[in-house]
Design a protein around this ligand. Structure first.
Ligand SMILES: [Zn+2]
Length: 70
């Protein structure tokens, strides 16, 4: 699983604290990219706190579930 960091002007609510952020963690696994918005500032470091693998696993599971339901 590849993990990297991206910034965007497109601001989304953080996966941890729900505040708008323009920094993302991106995972690549099985030809899928999962982009997770997470704060990465001096005051809020959700980026470092979050268990990225857990979030990615949950995201993959819900994606697979919605594929099966179609
Ligand atoms: Zn946050």
């Amino acid at each position: 699983m590849k993990v990297w960091h991206t910034s965007s002007t497109d601001r989304k609510p953080c996966a941890m604290c729900n505040r708008k952020t323009g920094t993302y963690k991106t995972y690549e696994q099985a030809n899928m990219n999962i982009k997770i918005p997470l704060c990465d500032t001096d005051e809020r470091d959700c980026y470092r706190k979050v268990d990225v693998k857990k979030i990615a696993d949950q995201a993959l599971r819900s994606i697979k579930k919605s594929i099966q339901e179609v």
